[in-house]
Design a protein around this ligand. Structure first.
Ligand SMILES: NC(=O)c1ccc[n+]([C@@H]2O[C@H](COP(=O)([O-])OP(=O)(O)OC[C@H]3O[C@@H](n4cnc5c(N)ncnc54)[C@H](OP(=O)(O)O)[C@@H]3O)[C@@H](O)[C@H]2O)c1
Length: 329
């Protein structure tokens, strides 16, 4: 089978043996995969514990073409979305020590075939195209946990989705919009803000213009919840944009760690700074039900062929996408 293989000194399409199934496993013929920034971080060597060679890709949809155990025959020919959690464990709040994400070290979805345990499968909702469904897993799950479990977002609350051009952030925006909370979005790109407003955002704020965010927060009395993946020193600015008792949930640190933290502002205003990573297997199922119930359509940027997947990675690195970058396998 063909797969995009990352080795220490190469990143190219190679022919690999088709996976051999073991107890509890099924074989999925992948039709579409989607990229996450994680894939690009690994490609750049900026991710912990990289194991070579590896096949990247945490997001995928496809059709089940083989099962190891006859009792799993139900899944044959079904179109499925793959849960990218491996070994989350039984605690809904925190992952197990041996947790990892599909797509390194376990071979991922940027390949013609993938073997996974049968308990990783969820039936693809009918109303979604295969490409739309492929966009959901990692980014959707991360946004779900950040917005609802950690942020405790409710319809009457005001949320700021920071850097809404990002893959996770777009799901945070779509989820918050679906429950009719007041959704404010920020981006470095006015074109992204305009698209979000057309999709139901209350207001868009360009975060590259100094004091824009702070002024908006002052005008509306602050946000109840902010979700962010940039981190860095600007966390302090975001904290000033919260209402008393507000929550700043972060799931990434693209700008690195902050050099300082305004702890006095935090304790005086009862602010919470909450870290969040992915979500449990139960969260994955609840999220897919929610997406189905609200008929949420992921925002797609562009679809690349597997042959041209490196160009897709380059686009993710450039940050010029709006919506998920899809790979047709
Ligand atoms: N912990 C987890 O489980 C988890 C899961 C997924 C992702 N992550 C991490 O979260 C980050 C985003 O991942 P992704 O896959 O969504 O990446 P992505 O699609 O490449 O999104 C990156 C976005 O970050 C935004 N950004 C950059 N600088 C910013 C700043 N100064 N302030 C606010 N926003 C800024 C940009 O938004 P605009 O284009 O709108 O300006 C950009 O589009 C990465 O660091 C990733 O590793 C963590």
């Amino acid at each position: 089978m063909l797969a995009l293989v990352l080795r220490e000194n190469s990143f190219q399409i190679e022919s690999l043996p088709k996976p051999i199934l073991g107890e509890g496993e099924v074989l999925v013929k992948i039709s579409y995969a989607a990229l996450n920034h994680r894939d690009q971080w690994i490609r750049e060597g900026k991710y912990p514990k990289i194991v070579f060679p590896c096949v990247l890709g945490s997001d995928g949809v496809g059709e089940v073409v083989d099962v190891y155990n006859n009792e799993n025959n139900y899944w044959l020919n079904k179109k499925v979305i793959i849960n990218p959690n491996i070994n989350w464990g039984l605690n809904n709040y925190v992952q197990d020590k041996n947790y990892h994400i599909l797509g390194m070290p376990t071979y991922g979805t940027l390949a013609e075939y993938l073997k996974v345990n049968v308990d990783r499968l969820v039936i693809k909702p009918d109303y979604l195209s295969l490409e739309e469904a492929a966009a959901i897993p990692l980014a959707g799950l991360t946004a779900w946990n950040a917005v609802f479990n950690k942020g405790a977002l409710a319809p009457e609350k005001k949320i700021l989705v920071s850097g809404v051009g990002g893959g996770v952030a777009q799901f945070a925006f779509l989820f918050a919009n679906a429950i009719n909370s007041s959704v404010y979005v920020s981006s470095s790109k006015n074109s992204v803000l305009e698209k979000c407003i057309a999709l139901g955002a209350k207001e868009g704020i360009n975060y590259t213009i100094e004091n824009n965010l702070k002024n908006k927060a002052k005008e509306i009395g602050g946000f109840d919840v902010i979700v962010d993946s940039a981190g860095g020193d600007q966390i302090n600015d975001l904290l000033t944009c919260l209402k008393p008792n507000g929550k700043l949930v972060f799931y990434g640190a693209t700008l690195g760690a902050p050099n300082k933290l305004n702890v006095a502002l935090m304790f005086w205003n009862h602010l919470s700074l909450i870290g969040s990573t992915m979500g449990s297997d139960q969260d994955f199922l609840t999220m897919i039900d929610f997406i189905n119930k609200h008929q949420i359509k992921p925002i797609l940027d562009e679809t690349f062929s597997l042959d041209n997947a490196i160009a897709a990675f380059d686009k993710m690195k450039s940050g010029n996408q709006f919506g998920k970058i899809i790979i047709k396998i």
